[in-house]
Design a protein around this ligand. Structure first.
Ligand code: PLP
Length: 427
């Protein structure tokens, strides 16, 4: 496959941007080689600067539930942009999308729009601290909640791939207020709350983890966490930036039947444009300025073009049909991949929830950070590049979730399985 234009662009990019990219995991550090520069997308496919095409399982890292250049979003964006790209004043779309989010997610009674997932989680944590008057936050090793200081502690994928488990530049005092535990470990959770519960402002968790690859919560884990937060008066924050409106219209909380106090969103609710949101119980949200004292603001928050794209997405999810289709397609793909790997005698674990999946090259169960780390990342790198050269684009790191979209039809899945058959034979 000729990628000379991508190569030339990367040489130029490296001169002017750190690592040649604007977000670290795009740089292929976890798999080796040079990133592919994308020219356009169409449905399940992406086309690079040299005209090569790939079935895309990154989907812009989660937002593209209906695939690339999906017409309802493009139409909504064009119409909104023609009316003006930003007002810095309230507009009807903000009310519509807040109502749509609250209607889909019963635990969310009020919502504040922001411009990224990172902004949403940062504000949710500030709100937990404001509401409780406590400083400590608990997160789980390997979970990623955006690139804000208090959350860059044992933060998974991008950070992990670079070997920077704690980034320089995060003040020790900030990190000291962030406690971490292994995901899925109920015993250590109880121990920690028994010792420190009264000092914990909030707990932030990816309900279904996507940022060290996909991890499935064990039965009882989230139930115990909910119970402990209630008992000790800590605010339970579910970071649904990845899972919100992807795993179900009501997010992971609809699938798991648990109500957090606050939730954060991003990705799907922006339809591929920059958006984030945090919301939850009315008494907590009333603490946010200007109704309450907790300051939070943004020049482009509730941007009319982003909101129009988000509304086009959310309207298309109302009947829930897309989730049945995603489940069928994702099961066909993942069962197929698993069967091929088994046929070739390659030890692997394929974790999947709905349209989020990761194939780990290990013979051990993968349920937390340490077990995810048992995966053979060199083998993943060969798998990744083998697929890339055959026109299949996976996330360029073992520790990321791959995404199926509603645009992934039988032809796209057939192409992927055919490519995987060839690659797995030579791993
Ligand atoms: C992507 C992601 C974020 C960060 O969102 P950005 O829009 O990249 O700032 C936060 N939490 C989770 C769970 C995510 O997957």
């Amino acid at each position: 496959m000729n990628r000379s234009r991508s190569h030339d662009l990367f040489q130029r990019a490296r001169e002017r941007s750190p690592g040649g990219v604007n977000s670290p995991v795009r740089a292929f550090r976890g798999v080796g080689g040079e990133p592919v520069f994308i020219e356009r997308g169409e449905g399940a496919w992406m086309f690079d600067a040299d005209g090569n095409r790939y079935v895309d399982y990154v989907g812009s890292w989660g937002p593209l539930l209906f695939g690339h250049a999906w017409k309802p979003v493009i139409d909504a964006v064009c119409a909104a942009a023609a009316r003006g790209t930003s007002f810095g004043a309230p507009h009807a779309g903000e009310v519509d999308i807040a109502e749509a989010i609250c209607a889909a997610v019963p635990s969310v009674e009020m919502v504040r729009l922001v411009s990224s997932g990172t902004e949403a989680t940062s504000a949710a944590i500030r709100l937990a601290r404001a509401a409780t008057g406590r400083d400590r936050i608990l997160k789980f090793a390997g979970c990623y909640h955006g690139a804000a200081d208090p959350l860059l502690v044992k933060a998974g994928s991008g950070v992990e791939t670079l070997g920077l488990p704690d980034s320089p530049g995060v003040p020790a005092g900030v990190a000291a207020n962030t406690l971490t535990l292994p995901f899925n470990d109920v015993e250590r959770l109880e121990e920690l709350f028994t010792r420190h519960g009264e000092t914990i402002a909030g707990v932030i968790v990816e309900p279904v983890v996507g940022n060290m690859g996909v991890l499935i919560p064990k039965p009882g884990f989230h139930e115990k966490l909910r119970e402990l937060c209630t008992t000790y008066g800590a605010v339970l924050i579910w970071d649904e930036v990845m899972t919100g409106f992807r795993l179900a219209r009501g997010g992971a909380q609809e699938r798991l039947g648990i109500r957090p106090d606050l939730s954060t969103f991003g990705k799907v609710i922006g339809g591929g444009l920059p958006v984030g949101a945090f919301g939850g119980k009315r008494d907590l949200m009333k603490l946010v300025a200007p109704e309450g004292p907790m300051y939070q603001a943004g020049t482009l928050s509730g941007n009319p073009v982003s909101v129009a794209a988000g509304l086009a997405m959310l309207r298309a999810l109302e009947d829930g049909k897309v989730y049945e289709a995603l489940e069928r397609t994702s099961a066909r793909l993942c069962d197929g991949l698993s069967a091929l790997a088994k046929e070739k005698g390659i030890p692997h674990v394929l974790n999947r929830v709905g349209s989020m999946w990761t194939m780990y090259f290990t013979d051990r169960e993968v349920f937390d950070y340490d077990s995810a780390k048992t995966s053979d990342t060199a083998r993943f790198g060969r798998f990744f590049h083998g697929l890339l050269d055959r026109g299949v684009y996976l996330p360029p790191s073992q520790f990321e979730a791959a995404f199926v979209s509603a645009a992934h039809d039988d032809a796209a899945i057939d192409h992927t399985l055919e490519a995987a058959r060839g690659v797995l034979a030579s791993l």
